[in-house]
Design a protein around this ligand. Structure first.
Ligand code: SF4
Length: 305
């Protein structure tokens, strides 16, 4: 009898053993990294690229794209996968933060910038007004730049979400992070359903070029659950889906439950495209904002033809 080909085992923990070679990657070194690190200090900013020691940093910097973490470095939530510091009462938003982000963007000569944020459930608007100010200031100082925002759910505050959408970022991104069943364990406060309704709302507003979301794989999800998430995102109007491998940032955080092979990532990519998702970007080292500039360029070329 032929052996059944099973890329993802029924019990996801079955293939958990030594760290597989496809998850090995040398951390980059080089002048671009040094220069960016120095600018981060100079402007008293946080970039997700540096904080997370992202392995794609060199590639992104060389393509003139980077991700800033706005509204401070402490979050009012404590998600099971995220290493960002928790605080019930973080410092208030800084008046000059938009200008500092705009100036560093200029000094780095970025063509595409990603603004992400911690969740600020302590603020009446969840930080929406500050994100809107950052977008406006970055554009004023850097004519022609494209902007992606990777937001929180603003605790379901649609007025706060509108403040951001009115600025018409080229990409509106809000990550669903994981499949429905695992959401309560993986995320803090955010729900699967509310994530979909935020994305659907942003999509219906019709102001943004792209609506985007992403998942981490390796937390114990099954293939059918991932397919369900892709379907749900597609139905909510999401046009770009990213999927990367979850890597445990410290012992205090959720552990990796299974290793997802590059072949399985490819299969998810093909599945998403087959049901009509415009762009699927899936692979072990894919992160939310990796190659975001490519989508914008592709769209600009498409609309100009
Ligand atoms: S809300 Fe975002 S920044 Fe805050 S802990 Fe969760 S993933 Fe990290």
């Amino acid at each position: 009898m032929k052996k059944k080909l099973n890329i993802l085992p029924d019990n996801p923990e079955d293939n958990l053993g030594r760290f597989p070679s496809f998850l090995h990657r040398k951390l980059p070194k080089g002048n671009d990294l040094f220069e960016t690190g120095e600018l981060v200090k100079k402007y008293r900013l946080n970039t997700v690229c540096e904080e997370a020691k992202c392995p794609n940093r060199m590639e992104c910097y060389s393509k003139k794209t980077a991700t800033f973490l706005a509204l401070g470095s402490a979050c009012t939530r404590a998600c099971g996968f995220c290493e960002i510091d928790f605080s019930k009462n973080p410092l208030p938003p800084e008046e000059d933060e938009p200008e500092r982000i705009a100036q560093m963007t200029k000094e780095l000569g970025l063509k595409h910038v990603v603004i992400t944020m911690v969740a600020r459930d302590d603020l009446y608007d969840g930080g929406g007004a500050q994100i809107a100010r950052i977008i406006r200031t970055v554009r004023k100082t850097n004519p022609g730049i494209t902007v992606e925002v990777l937001t929180s759910d603003f605790n379901g505050n649609i007025g706060a979400l509108d403040l951001v959408l009115l600025e018409e970022p080229e990409i509106f991104n809000y990550n669903i992070e994981t499949v429905k069943r695992l959401t309560p364990k993986v995320r803090h406060t955010a729900t699967y359903e509310r994530t979909l309704s935020i994305l659907e709302y942003a999509s219906h507003k019709g102001r943004n070029q792209f609506i985007k979301s992403g998942l981490m794989l390796g937390l114990g999800e099954t293939q059918s659950e991932v397919h369900e998430a892709i379907h749900d995102l597609h139905n909510a109007g999401v046009e770009i889906i990213t999927m990367g491998h979850y890597l445990q940032p410290s012992k205090r955080k959720l552990s990796v439950k299974q290793f997802i092979t590059p072949e399985q990532f490819k299969a998810y990519e093909e599945y998403g495209l087959s049901i009509g998702v415009l762009h699927m970007y899936c692979g072990p080292f894919v992160r939310s904002s990796y190659n975001a500039d490519l989508f914008v360029k592709a769209h600009a070329e498409h609309t100009n033809t």
